[in-house]
Design a protein around this ligand. Structure first.
Ligand code: ADP
Ligand code: ASP
Ligand code: MG
Length: 413
């Protein structure tokens, strides 16, 4: 008998009707003999609404209080989910993160899971209950409530599946992982199987269908994930699996765009050893992740340095950078929130050439200027003006995926 963790995202539990639809999916698995653990997100819009409320009080709400506030979204959803299962004749018990327990570190609003207690879940399953676990939240060793970052219910689900040795199904509002966000590119295709590594890049680069950390967990513990629609019952979704299960490696598996970053430029920094270290150390200490970094060629002992951070961290990052800029004698600090990062991702890039040139050519043909570039073995990202974001994704999708069949790399050695 298999155990399966079924995670429902916000849209999938967005109303009482949808919760009932989700509950019926769970029941049909239970009736086939599966032991099911449900993980639920907050109802659609709930988390955004709570964040809005907090921001009306303060631009930087206290992060501990923020977690106490945000955790209520999932708490409400799991209670309603469990009540619905009971109404339909299935014994269910809702559990907040601390009741499982899901133990995390102390980093409020982006905590990492450290440990999961499985005994209570196992007892509930063996007594015939369906546990309904709150996604996105945990508790520290000191009983402080934490949350796992936006989209964190995916991580709750994968971590639970890893801890219990269960299968993992992610039910969402699209039928799987696509070659680009289907809301931006109508011709996007559903991907049948994708490797952890490619999914990790897509998630890191803006495909919000799976939270990054959930894919990290899946890769580490080799959890096979099935991403599928919570509405189309029969339709097979996308499998996220180890690379050795992927027979066909294409150069470009998917295209993403991320409009949630900001660029910060420190103008006229003295070009001396230790300056970058000072700047980025201060950001690191504030738990701010820095993404693309560009340092210009120096002129007369001075240079400009630009980097990107997530837009939510940008005001805090700007404040920190202004302080350091003063200390190091930089001329000024400029923040630009109107940038977008477009990326192409694929395992086949390891063994193909000319891909970067083709990407730059597509952007230039569309009159799009590139502000920064970053690459890894299996991705290329370009920072561009936000107003061209959708145009860039569509053009790249057309060039690499719709017209790109001839550059498939079959089983590269
Ligand atoms: P949930 O609430 O179920 O967690 P999310 O909104 O977090 O769902 O993620 C699903 C959304 O991700 C889709 O509605 C889609 O617009 C977006 N998305 C972005 N890129 C992709 C992609 N490559 N494939 C599928 N969906 C994507
Ligand atoms: N409710 C949280 C969010 O909106 C977590 C999640 O949905 O996964 O980010
Ligand atoms: Mg999500």
């Amino acid at each position: 008998m298999r155990t399966v963790v079924c995670k429902f995202g916000g849209t999938s539990v967005g109303s009482l009707e949808r919760i009932e639809n989700a509950a019926r999916r769970v029941i049909s698995l239970a009736e086939k003999g599966d032991k099911v653990i449900v993980v639920s997100s907050a109802m659609a819009g709930e988390t955004d609404g709570l964040i809005d409320l907090a921001r009306q009080i303060s631009e930087f709400p206290n992060e501990r209080e923020m977690d106490i506030l945000l955790a209520t979204g999932e708490q409400k959803a799991i209670a309603l989910f469990a009540m619905t299962l009971r109404k339909l004749g299935y014994p269910a018990v809702s559990l907040c993160g601390w009741q499982v327990p899901i133990i995390t570190d102390e980093v409020h609003t982006k905590a990492r899971i450290r440990k999961i207690g499985t005994q209570r879940l196992k007892n509930l399953l063996s007594e015939g209950y369906i546990p309904v676990v709150a996604g996105f939240q945990g508790v520290t060793e000191d009983w402080e409530i934490t949350t796992l970052g936006r989209g964190g219910s995916d991580t709750t689900a994968v971590a639970l599946a890893a801890a219990i040795g269960a299968d993992c199904e992610i039910y969402t509002d699209v039928t799987g992982v696509f070659t680009a966000d289907p809301r931006i590119v109508p011709n996007a295709r559903k991907i049948e199987k994708i490797s952890y590594e490619e999914m990790l890049e897509l998630a890191s680069l803006g495909a919000k269908v799976m939270q990054i950390r959930s894919v990290e967990f899946a890769a580490k513990y080799r959890v096979r994930i099935h991403v599928r629609s919570s509405f189309e019952e029969e339709e097979e979704g996308t499998w996220i699996v180890p690379e050795d299960e992927i027979m066909e490696k294409v150069v470009v598996r998917g295209i993403t765009v991320d409009t949630k970053e900001s660029r910060i430029t420190v103008v006229r920094v003295p070009d001396q050893p230790g300056i970058a270290a000072k700047l980025f150390k201060a950001l690191g200490e504030a738990h701010i992740v820095v993404d693309m970094i560009v340092q210009n060629v120096s002129h007369e002992g001075y240079t400009d340095m630009s980097f990107t951070v997530s837009r939510t961290d940008a005001p805090k990052a700007e404040e920190i950078v202004r302080k350091v800029a003063k200390e190091i004698g930089a001329k000024e600090v400029v923040r630009d929130d109107r940038v977008a990062k477009v990326s192409i991702v694929g395992l086949g890039m390891r063994s193909s050439y000319g891909t970067a040139a083709k990407m730059f050519e597509v952007l230039s043909k569309n009159g799009i200027n590139i502000m920064a570039i970053s690459t890894s073995e299996i991705k290329i990202s370009c920072l561009i003006d936000e107003k061209y974001a959708e145009l860039a994704v569509r053009a790249l999708h057309e060039a690499f995926i719709e017209d790109g069949e001839e550059i498939k790399v079959e089983n590269e050695g």
